[in-house]
Design a protein around this ligand. Structure first.
Ligand SMILES: Cc1ncc(COP(=O)(O)O)c(C=O)c1O
Length: 425
């Protein structure tokens, strides 16, 4: 029965029963964790074959000796791998380092200090440069943005992507709005995929923006992380931007972090000829070249079989997401006290509870031995204005721990909501 249809007596009885369960769980001295958006060891094992790919042959397809310096943009087969994942031409890709986040940091700091167009336009010439941040979103984008001296302006996001009307209005009315963060496929944390209309609108956005140096930061971290195959399509931002004449205002990122080994993968950035040249110059100033041996390993291991490899991940990850849905459905749906997303890929489920209760639920969970991503972390400055969003990261926990963790989480949601309801009545 829905909470709002329960009598005061029913609510008091249910609350008492749930609080007894809570005391029992506390007695179990649990140590559970739903914060870790990373692959578990079984997933990492899928890529141990990387080790066997070199076997003394370090020479890339173009004759490059990958053990030596040079090749800032990466070897051809690694750029082809990035192109396959990002669905862009290989000559539009730089393969660099082990982390797309560090490429984002490099790109945003370059945009702040010097720009990427070679004509003097750069963000720090504005007294208060800001980026549009669809929320809830990825906490590390927010930290990076703040650290590099930019402000943030929130817009909402739904199953089709950011609220483009709000985005357009902001961008068109204020030259201090310099860009927008996007996680277009299996967004962190909502799991949505941007609709064709939203992607087309983003491709046009730099033309409508008041800032002449507006950039779409396209973090496609989960481009190939589907649970079912063939993979779900995503409209092609770079191709649309070419047509719209805005390709110089698009920076696309991806990596193999959650494809192979999270700490030893490859980062990719894609863009126009001009912007890649600017990025290459910046990278060249800090290094004599990337780890091309790792590039060669990845290309030999993954080229031509990305989807088959990701099907291996899906077989391990999908049951965890299904378990999360089962428990949310079983424990919260009838009471109608929360809403959550049902992603078909990626790493997260986003849970919205009654406004004002996310922090309290986090405290209750901690008391019961369950670590949750700190409420607020999915918003800039760690401030969820409604205090209602919680991020669930199911991949790293083992199935039995995940089950207990979800039971504790839903118990905490119910207790906090019943307490709140009793206070209101
Ligand atoms: C949206 C998003 N972007 C980037 C990253 C990190 O990527 P990388 O390991 O390539 O730095 C993550 C990791 O959780 C993520 O969720």
């Amino acid at each position: 029965m829905r909470l709002q249809d329960l009598s005061n007596e029913d609510i008091a009885a249910l609350r008492a029963q749930l609080e007894r369960e809570f005391e029992l769980q506390k007695g179990n001295r649990l140590s559970l964790d739903l914060t870790r958006g990373k692959p578990d060891a079984d997933q990492l094992d899928l890529s141990n074959g990387l080790e066997d790919t070199i076997a003394g042959n370090y020479i890339a397809s173009d004759g490059t000796d990958t053990r030596n310096y040079g090749h800032i943009r990466g070897i051809p087969e690694a750029r082809a791998l990035g192109a396959d994942i990002m669905e862009v031409p290989a000559d539009r890709v730089i393969c660099w380092g082990n982390s797309s986040l560090s490429l984002m940091y490099i790109a945003v700091s370059l945009l702040m200090e010097r720009g990427i167009w070679g004509d003097g336009r750069h963000w720090s010439s504005d007294p208060a440069p800001r980026l549009i941040t669809p929320v809830p979103g990825y906490d590390r984008h927010f930290v990076l943005t703040e650290r590099l001296g930019l402000g943030m302006v929130n817009v909402g996001i739904d199953e089709a992507g950011p609220d483009m009307e709000a985005v357009r209005e902001l961008a068109a009315s204020d030259p201090g709005i310099k860009g927008i963060w996007c996680v277009p496929k299996y967004s962190n944390p909502t799991g949505c995929i941007y609709s064709d209309e939203v992607v087309a609108a983003l491709a046009e956005l730099p033309k409508q923006a008041a800032a002449e140096d507006f950039v779409v930061l396209w973090d496609n971290a989960y481009a190939v992380h589907d649970f079912e195959f063939p993979r779900k399509p995503l409209a092609n931002l770079l191709a649309l931007a070419e047509t719209a004449g805005t390709a110089d205002h698009m920076l696309l990122f991806a990596s193999t972090s959650k494809i192979t080994h999270a700490s030893a993968g490859l980062g990719f950035v894609a863009g126009s000829d001009g912007t890649l040249a600017a990025l290459e110059a910046r990278l060249n100033a800090s290094s004599v070249g990337p780890d091309k041996v790792n590039q060669l390993r990845h290309a030999r291991f993954l080229n031509g079989r990305v989807e088959a490899h990701m099907a291996g991940h899906a077989a391990l990850v999908k049951p965890k997401f299904e378990l999360v849905q089962q428990i949310l459905d079983a424990e919260l749906a009838a009471l109608d006290i929360a809403s959550w997303t049902r992603p078909e890929g990626g790493y997260f489920v986003s849970l919205d509870v009654r406004a004002g209760l996310a922090g309290r639920i986090g405290e209750l969970a901690a008391e019961a031995g369950l670590a949750l991503t700190p409420p607020g972390a999915t918003f800039p400055y760690r401030k969820d204005p409604e205090d209602r969003n919680l991020r669930i990261a199911p991949t790293f926990a083992r199935l039995d721990d995940l089950k207990t963790a979800m039971e504790v989480l839903t118990l905490c949601v119910k207790i906090a909501t019943l307490q709140d309801e009793m206070n209101r009545r």
